[in-house]
Design a protein. Structure first.
Length: 202
């Protein structure tokens, strides 16, 4: 659970002897997730009830970055201690390639929209609130990163953080910053697949 300047983690699962690597992954992901909330909601505030994706989605997306899971130094080290070769450089490279291909397939195909900017009590039909805020909410920045390219995407994310430092941001504010860096059709197509204009506030 996250609070500004404080996180609380139940580590009891980590002490279980079964599947130590899975337990380790859960723990690092939980710690990473709650630390990420120090940026999104802790420093850049947002309405957690009306736009839950804005802090949970960005936080979920950043989990890997904080613990360096994409390059996986810390994870590979612990996996090695547990005699697992799962987080080898080769496997991580392969996983990242698949993620990129999936994102590109999503961008290029005429896939149906997965709206994420609905309130907690009213997710889109057939979608669970948690999936909307956490999973699809994470997919949006992940696909944007591929559509914009890493440099532009992270420049925009830094700008969003600095612009709304100790302020409250909305989905519309996030989109304005993204479009400041890339207002191409490709990026707007991604935005239209995730964001329902019906729920955008000014
Ligand atoms: Zn969270």
């Amino acid at each position: 659970m996250e609070y500004p300047g404080l996180i609380m983690i139940d580590a009891s699962g980590f002490l279980q002897k079964k599947h130590p690597l899975d337990r380790y992954n859960e723990l690092t992901e939980d710690v990473s997730h709650e630390v990420d909330h120090q940026w999104f909601y802790g420093t850049v505030g947002s309405d957690e009830y009306m736009e839950p994706w804005l802090d949970e989605g960005l936080t979920n997306f950043l989990e890997n970055g904080v613990y360096d899971l994409t390059y996986t130094k810390s994870k590979a080290y612990c996996a090695n201690l547990m005699h697992s070769k799962f987080y080898s450089r080769k496997n991580v490279k392969r996983a990242n390639k698949i993620l990129r291909e999936n994102a590109n397939a999503f961008i290029n195909k005429n896939q149906k929209a997965n709206y994420i900017n609905y309130p907690v009590n009213n997710p889109p039909k057939g979608v669970d609130t948690e999936d909307m805020a956490y999973e699809l909410g994470m997919d949006f920045p992940a696909v944007l990163k591929v559509a914009m390219g890493e440099n532009k995407f992270f420049d925009a994310l830094h700008d969003y953080y600095q612009t709304y430092y100790l302020k409250q941001a909305t989905t519309q504010d996030f989109l304005n910053i993204i479009r400041k860096y890339d207002n191409s059709k490709k990026v707007n197509d991604v935005i239209n697949k995730f964001i329902d204009p019906k729920y955008l506030s000014e």
